[in-house]
Structure formats: C-alpha cells, structure tokens
Write a protein that binds this ligand. Structure first.
Ligand SMILES: [Zn+2]
Length: 649
C-alpha cells in the first residue's frame, strides 16, 4: 500500500535561505576534514582479526592509522560514527546546492568508504563472521580473540561500558542505516550488496536466540534495529516487485530479524493509559523503538496496531515531556508526566532525541496526513535542530539547557565523537527535508523557508525572510510544454497572530481551508503564477505544565532566548567525556513585573512589553526589573542564554 504523502526527494529540493546554506556548507567542509582511514580503522582491524591476521597484518590493513580518540570512537561504541558519516555523505551527495568540486569530494569519499567496507567483507568471507562489519575497540585479549564478544555479552545481559559491551546493536543500527541510505538516497548498488550481506549476518544471529535470550537483548539499548531491518526488507521487496535483479534471494529473513527487535510488551504499555510510564526511562533508547513500530506499519500496512503504538507514543512525548523548542529529556531521561519546569537543568534536550522525533514526525505525516505532525516538525526544526549548530565552526550540541543562564556547548572536529555529533552530521546534510510533501494530486508546503522544488514537470520557488517581512512569495513555473497539475496545499502555522491571506498574480485570493491548510486548486496554477501569502507574526507566550508562571516567548516560528553575555561560559565533563555547561550567567531566573497588576495581564499584553526593534530580530523586555534583550534562539551560539523565565508581580 502507498503512503498518503511522501516527502519530496532530497535531490529535488534546494535550500536558498542564506543561513541554512552556510550551515550545510560548514557541515560538508567538516565532514571532508575527517580522515576516512581513521574512521575505518576499527572496521579493518575487526576484519583482520576474524581472518586471523597477526598484529602486523592488522596494522598494514589499517594503513597504519588509529581510531580517533575521545573515549567513544576508541571505546566499545567505536564505529557508530562511520554509520552516521555514511548517511550524511549519502544525503550530501544528492544535495543540489553542492558545488561541483564539493560534489566530487563527497562522492569520492562515500565510494572510498563503501569500497573499504566491501573489502572488509571480502576478507571474512567463508568465516563465521561472513558479512559482519564492526568498528569497536578491543580493550583486552579476550576481545581480540573473539571479535563478537560484545554481542555475546549482551546476550548474557552483561553491559559494563568499558569492559563488557557498550550498546553494540545501537552501533549496528547506525551502520546498517548508513548503508541503506547510500542505496536509497544516493543509488549506490555496492552499498546494497554490503547491506544485504550484513543483513544476513544479523538475521543469522537473531535466529539463534531463544525467547529468553531475545528478552535479554531487548533489555539493552539497540537503537532502531527494527527500523533499519524493515527498511532493508522494503528495499529488497520493492526491487523484486519492480523486476530488478538486485534483491537478495533471502531478504524475507530481514523482516523476521526485524520482528525480533519489536518490543511488544513495551508497545502494548503505551496503549494502556498508565501514568508516568516513561519516568526515568532513557529517551534515546526508547524513541527509535517506536520509529521501528512505525516502520513495521510502513512495511506491512495491514498491521495497523503498530501505527497505533507509534502515534500513542508520539502523543505522550509531545504532550507530557516536551519543551517549547520541541526538545525533551533531562540527562538523557524522560521524567514524570508533565514535570518540565522542575527538570530544567544544564543537560536537557539531547540532540539525538530531537533528531529522532523530527524524523518520526515527518514519517507519521507521510502515513497519516495529520497536520499536527508538521506543526511539531516546524517547531523542532527551527528551534532545536537549527540551534544545535555553532554557525562559525559548524560543530553541534549534545544538550541544550532549559535552565536559564547556561551556554550551548559544541563538539570539536576530531575529539568528541558523541552520539549527537553523528546525528549532527545527519541533521545538517538534509536541511531541505520535509519542506515539501507530495502525492499525485497535491503539493504540500509544510515549512516556510527560502527553497526550491524542481522536478521534470515544474519549478516551485519559495522566497521569504521572516526577519524582514511576514510575506512568503511562491512562484509556480511549469516546465516547457507542461502544465501544473497539482493542488497546492499551504500549511497554516500554529504560530500565526492573525489571519493568513493569499494573493495570486497581485489579486487577492479567497482560498478554501481544509484540515489546517489553505488550498489553491490546480486550475489557478496550471500555467504558472506568483502567489503571495501573508503570515502575520507576533509574540506568543508558552508556559509549562508544572510552571504556571514560567514563560518562554516565540516570535512567529522562532523561540526567543535572552542574551546573557560571555562572562560565565564554563564547561565540565559529564557522563563519558561529554562537555557540558556548568556555570549560570544569572543568579536567578525570576523576573518581577512592574508594569501590570498580574502575570496574567502581563502575558495578555505581551506585545506592549516585549518589543521588536525595527528591522532586527532583537526584542527588548520592558516593564520588569530585569532589562533583558531577546533574540532568535537558533543563532545564539556565542553567549549564555535564557529561554524560560519565572514571572511574578
Ligand atoms: Zn545523542
């Protein structure tokens, strides 16, 4: 069965927004600065050890290069970065805004890595490790003697991060996803061969599990193993159905292996309506499991219960655990239902979580057509993903503090290979994702940004600059000899302050509204035209379930954060070598209102108190004891910030 809508292909969409264009090119530059042989070192060593090479043989195979350091790539989670890296390269290589020389470099880099991975698989052909790819470190002789030891340990419930296992299935998910992406997005058939051989190793491994072992494996973080296996199954099934010879003859095993990673007990729990079911649950372990449930429904549409699981989980996260930016979690965990103000600290909103929730929302939209998923995607892309980058270096965040007074802390190029570093590579190589969705009769504008969609049949060019104006211009141009044959659906944003209006070729157009969109029928568009849409913007106020008087502010789609200077930007190490902010730039986040009689009145009259400077995205808070200046949160990467403030009279 078909999806309801599908996101326009990355290769067909170009981002024209200057800030985002810079963000993308910074990311590409950094990806190319990394040494592929160092990212591959662990994979080559693993293959060498399985083959029985001695130390010198392994060193030669590794081209004398070592894994990167920083306790992640040279730890038991080593190799996860290469998975993200391959996904990012596959996304980048099809991006129409790459220059020719960048495109050549990215394409060569992707090919280099895929060829190297294939060589690793060739080396272990005929051994018990046939198809296996892995890049983790070998902390002791025991690990060198048995390169599968982490997987053995997980099956026995052993999970000490430095001596037993650091989530090997999580890492495997990243690797297989990268290979899938290289075929699905970049069309590389070598990647599919590698993925299929790896898929068979995975299938074999899961087929050996008893029910009991399966349960033990599911108790330890395994990323989205169900998601990537359903995806690989779908890729092969589609190839077979389309008459291609590229599919693997045993691809049915991938779906069976995927089922092994579906945690039915957990899935059923989200439908129970039980309170606090995710209290103290690791967020980034859990979110991908439900993306996997959605993947099962995407693959087998008759299994509608899996869509129910996915939608119910999404609603719980959004309804009970999400801040104004779209982010969630405190120190990587969900808290009690609706406890958000009390959990604002220096370690909220892990980037992996927002990355996964954004992906989840867009895929839920493709399946259901429900606008609420686009609303969340808009919020999160603009206020959690865009703000996760240092716009000078291109490096990205692990956490974004929701406590007031901390700064963002970014990774560096070659020392912090955190989980979120990898999702950062992915985020900034697909900035055009989810701007447009389509089916055969409709074109949906889901996110307003300067961007173009170009197909064989038409060009749709959207232009806007919300810092300067609330107007969006959309130019529809059919290709020569063609006419535009789709109805245009323009999303009505949740952040509007007033009525959305449209004009076509300079004349006011009274559009029909349908399910949260305004609709312009193809009859108006067939020969091409210019549409102008007005999206009135203003300040909106957002408090928290457990913080009646704790408010954040938005201007249009942008969450605002107060500029708090550079004097207190200290960091410390947290968890496994993760840098976090540790000193607040303000003594208190309390703001005393001097201009109104109550917080309620202050909020009701906020446009009199938080005042935009002409032509700038700078906002002055007035009528209070603190003289704060707010700006858009996404470009706050140089100083401490405050999104939430506690108001009182
Ligand atoms: Zn992360």
């Amino acid at each position: 069965m078909e999806k309801m809508y599908y996101a326009s292909k990355l290769a067909n969409v170009s981002v024209k927004d200057r800030y985002l264009d810079e963000a993308f090119h910074l990311e590409v530059k950094n990806l190319l600065l990394l040494d592929p042989d160092r990212l591959l070192a662990g994979f080559r060593e693993t293959a060498g050890l399985i083959k029985g090479l001695d130390d010198d043989g392994c060193i030669a195979l590794m081209k004398g290069k070592k894994r990167y350091g920083g306790m992640w790539e040279d730890g038991l989670i080593g190799g996860h970065t290469l998975g993200h890296y391959v996904t990012a390269l596959a996304q980048a290589v099809v991006n129409p805004v790459l220059s020719d020389s960048e495109k050549k470099d990215v394409s060569d880099r992707l090919t280099y890595i895929l060829v190297a991975l294939k060589q690793c698989q060739e080396l272990v052909k005929g051994t018990e490790g046939e198809g296996f790819l892995f890049g983790a470190s070998f902390p002791s002789k025991e690990f060198r003697d048995n390169p599968f030891l982490q997987f053995d340990n997980v099956e026995h419930g052993l999970q000490e991060l430095f001596t037993q296992a650091w989530v090997p299935w999580y890492t495997m998910h990243k690797i297989l996803t990268g290979l899938n992406a290289s075929f699905k997005i970049a069309g590389d058939s070598l990647a599919l061969e590698i993925a299929n051989d790896l898929g068979i190793w995975i299938a074999k491994r899961t087929e050996s599990w008893s029910e009991e072992t399966n349960k033990v494996v599911l108790s330890i973080e395994y990323g989205g193993m169900n998601d990537c296996l359903y995806e690989l199954y779908q890729i092969n099934r589609d190839l077979k159905e389309s008459g291609s010879e590229l599919f693997h003859p045993e691809y049915e095993r991938f779906a069976k292996a995927a089922h092994r990673f579906d945690d039915e007990t957990l899935f059923e729990k989200v439908l129970s309506g039980e309170k606090n079911i995710f209290n103290n649950v690791h967020a980034n372990t859990t979110i991908p499991k439900f993306i996997g449930a959605l993947a099962r429904y995407e693959t087998f549409h008759e299994e509608t219960r899996y869509l129910d699981y996915a939608e119910a989980f999404f609603d719980i996260v959004i309804g009970k655990h999400t801040y104004v930016t779209g982010g969630n979690s405190e120190n990587e965990h969900f808290g009690e239902d609706d406890i958000l103000d009390a959990e604002r600290t220096n370690v909220n909103n892990e980037t992996c979580n927002t990355h996964n929730m954004l992906k989840f929302a867009r895929r839920l939209y493709e399946q259901t057509g429900k606008k609420k998923y686009l609303d969340y995607a808009d919020r999160t892309f603009v206020n959690a993903i865009m703000p996760s980058q240092d716009h000078e270096t291109g490096f990205t965040t692990y956490f974004q503090a929701m406590a007031t007074g901390y700064q963002k802390v970014f990774n560096n190029l070659d020392g912090n290979f955190w989980c979120c570093t990898g999702t950062g590579y992915e985020n900034f190589t697909k900035l055009q994702d989810g701007v447009f969705f389509e089916d055969k009769d409709k074109l949906i504008v889901a996110l307003y940004m300067a961007a173009e969609l170009k197909t064989e049949c038409y060009l749709v060019a959207m232009d806007c600059d919300f810092a300067a104006s609330d107007e969006v211009k959309i130019l529809v141009t059919p290709a020569e000899g063609k006419s535009f044959t789709k109805d245009l659906y323009l999303v009505i944003p949740t952040w509007l302050k007033g009525e959305m209006t449209a004009s076509i070729n300079g004349k006011e157009y009274v559009a029909t509204e349908k399910d949260g969109f305004i609709v312009i029928p193809k009859s108006e568009l067939s020969g091409g035209c210019e549409i102008k849409v007005k999206l009135p913007m203003g300040i909106t106020c957002h408090n928290l379930q457990d913080g009646e008087n704790t408010y954040a502010f938005m201007y249009g789609p942008y969450v605002l954060s107060a500029r708090l200077g550079t004097a207190k930007m200290m960091t410390k190490s947290h968890g496994v070598a993760v840098s976090v902010a540790c000193e607040k730039a303000v003594d208190s986040d309390e703001v005393v209102i001097e201009s109104e009689k109550s917080v309620e009145d202050f909020v009701a009259n906020i446009s009199d108190h938080l005042i935009k400077r002409d032509g700038e995205m700078e906002f002055d808070l007035t009528g209070t004891d603190k003289k704060l200046v707010f700006t858009t949160h996404y470009n706050q990467y140089k100083e401490s910030y405050g999104i939430y403030w506690k108001f009182r009279v």
